[in-house]
Structures are given as structure tokens and as C-alpha cells.
Write a protein that binds this ligand. Structure first.
Ligand code: FEO
Length: 386
């Protein structure tokens, strides 16, 4: 695949992976992207996952023919991109490895001493390949501390490491935003501040193509993608709407959650999403919590606490710095409902979280009193749209 006349795609699609990074469902697989820049000096940008070394080397060989690469640029040491460094150096022992000081510390931790020559770059430093000049911009914690992105000023290409990536192999057509959002909040969500810093640097560059390490190469309407990243990394809600996330054992809490959803729709709430936390993909739920400006958490009380999947969900939000949203509660408890208090306390260190004044307490089953409380909560939620 040609990215530009000199830049070729040599990545691979993975349809074998069951859980990406040990926890994310990837029903449409995953792509590990890698690129070759052909110039007086030839650079290969990153390697691929451990299971695809042979296919990747064949892709490189197809582009290079009898030529040999001069550099392997390592932008990120996470093994989905670095696992084949040694395999590459066995095939091309004369190539030099380009990274920063932190890259080489991790490289030795993963692989032991590396015999190849090393080019240790500093933030902002440029490496000339001949016609192409590669400038390295450090992007710590997007998504590990050694990460750097690379700007090719000749073809105006930003090699963006994990940034602008998405779940899904490249041979499957699907909407970008949905799986890019789930990927972003799953993997980089905690590091919004660092992504914002990177976007500020990116804004100073003339970028015509973004080459991420996962997902499609982005060439058109780059403002759309950059705007999404700006919204996500600044923790602003992307859309007006409500996610109702519930945990229910015997169906009573579920009934209240569904009743609230129905009332919100009747009252004209612009978007109502509802999720059964025990059964739906947890990271889809996390994605929706960040997407909308309002969240309602509905759970039974369990061991004087909240039901386990609700606890996991709130932890998933907190560890990604969930903030700037309005949160409401539906609790259930047959003898001592304490879930609302527990959940409120869980958010005590979160920035800019407001709670709805109205909440719903179910004592076992939904009755007239509960329905009245749901009505009041629904009115308060939709009042935010006026
Ligand atoms: Fe795709 Fe952070 O590795």
C-alpha cells in the first residue's frame, strides 16, 4: 500500500487475537501498522506483534527487494510494536536502531543487550534520510513514557504512534469514531493532559497524513479526527445525552433503569443509552460514559456496598479521570439500601462531578413511590436540555 510515493505500508492484520492488551474485545481484529520510508537512507517505522514477524519481514522485503534498511525507528516499546526488534536485526544486522534514552532502557529490559548500533535522539531532533527529514517529538504517556511521534516534513506525514489509533483490522470496513473512541478511552483515556500537549505541538505542523500504529491511515478531513481527539483528551462531553448503566440480579433495578430510559425518551432527551453492566462490553460502557454529558448509575446494594460489576465500572471511570459530568443514582436494597452513599463517596476525588438532586431508592420492587421518584429524576435530567 502506498501512503505517499516514498512511504509504503508494511503492517499486518491480526484476526487471531482474543483480547487486545489482555482485556479489550476486538471482534474485528487488530492492525499493527508499520511503514517503510524509501530515500537515500531507508527507514522502517516500528515492528509488529510477536505472532507476525515472518509476514512483516516479507512485507518489508517486497518493498525493499535487495535493498537494505538503514534505520529501524522505534516510537513505542509496547510489545505490540516492538516484539520483532530482534527478529528485524537478525534479518538486517547492519541497520541502526533509532530511539530515545528511555526506549533503549526498555529495549534492554525486554531483550537484553542489543548488538546493533544505536541512534539516541532528543526531543525535537531531526534525522535526515536524504530528501526526507524526520523530526522526533516526545509524547510521554501517550501511551508509555518512552513514546515519541515522528514528523516527516517532506511528505507532511505525522507518524503518530498509538495516537489516532483504533481497534479493528484494516481488512474490515467499519465506522472510525466508534472503535477509535473505545480504543482512546480504554488505552489513553487517563492521559488527557499529555494528549493535549501533543495536540498543541501537532497544531504547529503542516500535517497532510496521519500514520498511526493501529487503524487506518488518515488522509482526508484531518480536522475531524483532531477535533475528536481534542474533545476526548479535554474530557469534554462529545454529545448531549444520558448513559444509564445498571446492575440487576432479579430484574427490579433493571425495570427501574428501563422505566427511566422510557421517561427520558418521552420527555425528549436527545440521546438515551442503556447498558447492563454484567452482560455488555465494559469498555463500550466506559466509552459511552465519556461520550455523554450525563450518567445514571443503577445498582442493588450488595454486602453493604454496590454490586461487583458496578464497582468495576466506577473504578474504570475513575482511573481514566472521569470528570465534568452530572451523575444520578438509582439504588435498590431490601433491608438497608446503601448503594447511593457508596457510589457518591467513590466520586469524592473526581473533578467537577455534579450530582442530580433527585435520586431513586427502591425497596425490593418498583412501586408507585419509586415511579414518582423516577419521574422527578427524569424531569431534572431533561431540564439540562432546556
Ligand atoms: Fe499499541 Fe501502546 O501500544
Amino acid at each position: 500500500m502506498f501512503i505517499t510515493e516514498d512511504i509504503k505500508y508494511v503492517g499486518v492484520n491480526d484476526h487471531q487475537v482474543d483480547l487486545f492488551e489482555g482485556q479489550y474485545d476486538v471482534p474485528n481484529g487488530m492492525a499493527y501498522n508499520s511503514y517503510v520510508i524509501m530515500d537515500e537512507k531507508i527507514a522502517v517505522m516500528d515492528t509488529v506483534d510477536v505472532n507476525f514477524g515472518k509476514e512483516w519481514l516479507e512485507n518489508i522485503k517486497e518493498v525493499l527487494g535487495d535493498k537494505k534498511p538503514d534505520y529501524l525507528v522505534v516510537q513505542h516499546m509496547e510489545p505490540d510494536h516492538s516484539a520483532n526488534i530482534v527478529t528485524f536485526l537478525e534479518a538486517y544486522p547492519e541497520a541502526a536502531v533509532v530511539g530515545n534514552a528511555k526506549t533503549f532502557v526498555m529495549m534492554e529490559q525486554f531483550f537484553g543487550p542489543i548488538s546493533a548500533s544505536k541512534v539516541v535522539v532528543k526531543d525535537g531532533e531531526t534525522l535526515s534520510l536524504g530528501k526526507h527529514n524526520l523530526t522526533f517529538v516526545f509524547a510521554p504517556m501517550v501511551h508509555w513514557p518512552e513514546v515519541m511521534v515522528t514528523y516527516d516534513s517532506t511528505d507532511k506525514v505525522l507518524f503518530s504512534a498509538d495516537g489516532f489509533g483504533k481497534f479493528g483490522a484494516l481488512d474490515v470496513e467499519e465506522d472510525w469514531a466508534c472503535e477509535a473512541r473505545r480504543y482512546y478511552f480504554g488505552i489513553v483515556g487517563k492521559y488527557g493532559l499529555q494528549v493535549q500537549k501533543l495536540l498543541k505541538v501537532a497544531a504547529t505542523l503542516d500535517i497532510q497524513t496521519i500514520c498511526p500504529l493501529h487503524g487506518p491511515v488518515l488522509k482526508e478531513d484531518l480536522g475531524y479526527y483532531i477535533n475528536k481527539y481534542d474533545i476526548w483528551s479535554s474530557y469534554k462531553p462529545e454529545d448531549k445525552g444520558v448513559l444509564i448503566a445498571y446492575a440487576s440480579v432479579y430484574g427490579n433495578t433493571k425495570k427501574a433503569a428501563e422505566l427511566l430510559a422510557q421517561k427520558l425518551e418521552e420527555k425528549g432527551c436527545p440521546k438515551v443509552a442503556i447498558a447492563d453492566l454484567a452482560r455488555e462490553d465494559m469498555h463500550e460502557c466506559v466509552e459511552d460514559a465519556f461520550r455523554y454529558d450525563r450518567l445514571v448509575l443503577a445498582t442493588l446494594t450488595y454486602n453493604a456496598d454496590v454490586f461487583p460489576c458496578m464497582k468495576t465500572f466506577i473504578h474504570e471511570l475513575l482511573e481514566r479521570n472521569y470528570q465534568g459530568r452530572t451523575v444520578g443514582f438509582i439504588e435498590n436494597g431490601s433491608w438497608a439500601p446503601t448503594a447511593k452513599r457508596v457510589m457518591t463517596n467513590m466520586f469524592e476525588k473526581s473533578k467537577n462531578i455534579t450530582f442530580f438532586e433527585n435520586s431513586v431508592t427502591i425497596k425490593s420492587g418498583v412501586n408507585e413511590t419509586t415511579i414518582e421518584a423516577i419521574e422527578k429524576l427524569a424531569d431534572e435530567i431533561v431540564a439540562m436540555d432546556k
